[in-house]
Design a protein around this ligand. Sequence first.
Ligand SMILES: [Mn+2]
Length: 351
Amino acid sequence: MTDRAYRQDPSVQILDALTRAKSLVCVGHVSPDADCLGAALGLARAWSLHQNRDASVWVSEKSIPARLRFMFEIANVRNANEYDLESADRIAVVDTSQPSRIDLPKNATSSIDGNPRILNIDHHFTNTCFGDLHWIVEDASSTCELIYEVLRGLSYRIDPATAALLYSGIYTDTGGFSLPNTTANALHIAADLTQLGVSPSDVAERVDRSVGVPQFELMKCIYQNTRTQENGSIAYSTISYDDLVRSGCSPSDIDDQVNVPRSMAGVTIAALFTEVEPGQIRINLRGESNTEVSGLAQQFGGGGHRQAAGVIMSGTLQCAVERIVNAAVNMLHQKSNQTNAQKQTCESSGH
Ligand SMILES: [Mn+2]
């Protein structure tokens, strides 16, 4: 493989902790996506194969999107039980920015900060650096990219199943190698994983071209409900609880459908509002053309990445739409005022 001189390496402490651990449980965030599952399953699989010790993952079954179930089949890693969690020598928390987002039973998440058993590996710039040891790389495309580096650092051989898990996370977090986080490094790693046995077309078929009838019905509804504002620079769609039930989908099926309003030309802020249960609204936000939406999410207690963030809000769908869209309009106005002010400064100073 070509030299990747600009790459950061995982800390010796993280590698050491993994080598010394007697047992490992890997955990991700609530509403898991392919990056989170790929990182948790990939690390657990590779670690148990090499250390010849017990590894498991803690994931709430019902929260797994139907189209990502295949990842469990290829990983062949067992699900942790409460005893595993209590007795685990190390708990690797992956792709999760803060303790409240960890997919663990409530009583377990209260003691996360400074917990001597926790390793925290993530690429969210909002990561609060919880746990005993952390490795946070903001410019990594995905957490799967970081797990790849960890496995390389440990000199593990990456078997085809582990490679497929990691590839799936990199592929989806980069939007099929189409988003601004599609770095040369991400592509190098994807190429290496392909050489190790991944079939890119198989992965794409599983995650992009395997939409079931309920999910397809939901997509029709998302197209139908798409609205624009501010001359098309804001586009959003809504899914009511009724829409969700009627389509036959569950809240776990909502992941990247915000790509529907996002796909229109000229959009800088895209949003999808889903009433996941009556009175509870989940909002997925995306920024295009360098527009950051993490601040918008943070205004309402949410978070995420600069250009991909989320919020949970109580109340009606209509109320959530009003609050978020108004805030988005204000944000765009402020941004254009700033740009105008900068232009004027440049003109008046003769640049
Ligand atoms: Mn991720």
